[in-house]
Design a protein around this ligand. Structure first.
Ligand SMILES: [Zn+2]
Ligand SMILES: [Zn+2]
Length: 411
């Protein structure tokens, strides 16, 4: 028996694209039912206790070794049957986020699986991400013996809330501990059809930071404004002047956003309040630019408040780094995706804490098309009617599994 024949006997052949496709067809209905179970039982960021328990139970049944480095969420390890062949084999990580949002959801399209946790809903598609990664977990566990490297599956808590579950998990050092060499993550995207994936090299999503401004004036009777220092009028000036930061002080070639998204002030129509609190977000692609913008916010607030006899205190809340897709992993992803790929020309200004992993290892984040005329699935992320066309699970599982199994369209 020559060496080649020996190899054929002891090493299972890697799965073919056709075999993978067939198996995806068989488990698709299960993946849909997992997504609907998660949708019915959403939990807020960092409180995903039942969600985690439910995920861990499945992973352990499929032979994964499960780690719990953070209070919620988990990291599952599948040791490839051919891992000993070559110490240089890659350890690939795939990541899904598992948290829901504080939204009271709406929508007839979801009537069979509406949230049973009042005021909490999966309106960002993380239920789909989790079900998709579970389906991928099942597919990969069945190919364990053919895998030449290890697979790490990250079910991450708290993507929606600063400081970000991705940051907390990355800071535990678990990626290094498990020897992860590349990482991939996805987000559903209502702008693209199911069956498509969209990606770009380099900057893909912005860095979201938050700010709070407390404007202090002098309260009094609404009928005697001359005896008060009205913080509401100061706030009105501040809000309008903040609009000049991007239009007048930012290089037009650099994308940036400053949005005031919350105003808290006042108790009654006949009272001038003591304070107004403004909250908002800054989006850029560099930490330096974010800091420059924040300094401009401070300057505008100080001057506007001082000129009206008040004062202002500004706080910058550290957010996520920008999602910057590594050229090598993104090239690999693009080659693997083949003709289902939609190359993106522009980044989006939404943020993602997947970026904390990319600060440690090469990685690619991509969008999974989930919007169509079916299932009322074209609403934007965080809309109460947000829903996905579940057929995107087939593409999601195929792409994620293929990245690990190293299947390209020609294979
Ligand atoms: Zn979201
Ligand atoms: Zn999301």
């Amino acid at each position: 028996m020559n060496k080649e024949q020996n190899n054929t006997e002891t090493r299972p052949a890697p799965v073919s694209r056709e075999a993978l496709e067939k198996r995806i067809g068989e488990i698709y209905n299960d993946a849909v039912s997992w997504r609907r179970h998660l949708h019915r039982n959403p939990e807020l960021s960092f409180r995903e206790f039942e969600t985690t328990r439910w995920i861990v139970e499945k992973l352990e049944a499929w032979g994964y070794e499960v780690h719990r480095p953070c209070e919620t969420g988990c990291v599952a390890v599948l040791k490839g049957g051919r891992s000993e062949d070559n110490g240089a084999e890659k350890t690939i990580a795939l990541r899904a986020d598992i948290d829901a949002l504080p939204i009271r959801e709406e929508g007839e399209a979801k009537s069979e699986f509406l949230s049973e946790n009042d005021g909490v809903a999966h309106c960002c598609g993380h239920d789909l991400h989790t079900a998709n990664l579970l389906g991928t977990a099942l597919l990969l566990s069945e190919q364990k013996n053919a895998l030449s490297g290890n697979v790490i599956l990250i079910f991450q808590a708290g993507e929606e809330v600063l400081p970000g579950g991705g940051r907390l998990l990355a800071e535990t050092g678990i990626l290094e501990e498990l020897g992860v060499s590349e990482i991939y993550g996805l987000h559903t995207d209502p702008r693209h059809e199911p069956g498509r994936v969209a990606v770009k090299k380099g900057p893909m999503m912005a860095s979201p930071y938050e700010f709070t401004v407390e404007i202090r004036g002098k309260g009094g009777h609404a009928a005697a404004p001359h005896q008060a220092a009205d913080p509401i009028v100061i706030a009105a000036q501040v809000i309008m002047q903040l609009q000049t930061i991007v239009s007048r002080y930012t290089d037009p070639a650099d994308a940036a956003v400053v949005t005031v998204s919350r105003i808290k002030a006042g108790t009654a129509r006949n009272i001038i309040p003591e304070t107004v609190v403004l909250e908002g977000t800054i989006r850029t692609f560099s930490e330096q630019q974010t800091k420059d913008i924040f300094r401009r916010i401070e300057s505008i607030c100080d001057h506007a408040a001082a000129s009206a006899g008040g004062s202002a205190e500004c706080e910058l809340i550290t957010g996520y780094p920008p999602v910057i897709n590594h050229p090598e992993t993104t090239e690999k992803f693009m080659n693997m995706a083949g003709d289902v790929l939609v190359p993106l020309e522009k980044p989006v200004m939404a943020g993602e804490d997947f970026s904390f992993y990319q600060k440690q290892i090469p990685g690619t984040f991509f969008f999974l098309g989930s919007g169509s005329d079916e299932a009322d699935s074209r609403h934007s992320w965080h809309h109460p009617r947000y829903n996905v066309d579940e057929r995107c699970l087939k593409t999601g599982m195929r792409v994620m599994a293929s990245l690990v199994l190293q299947l390209d369209p020609e294979a």
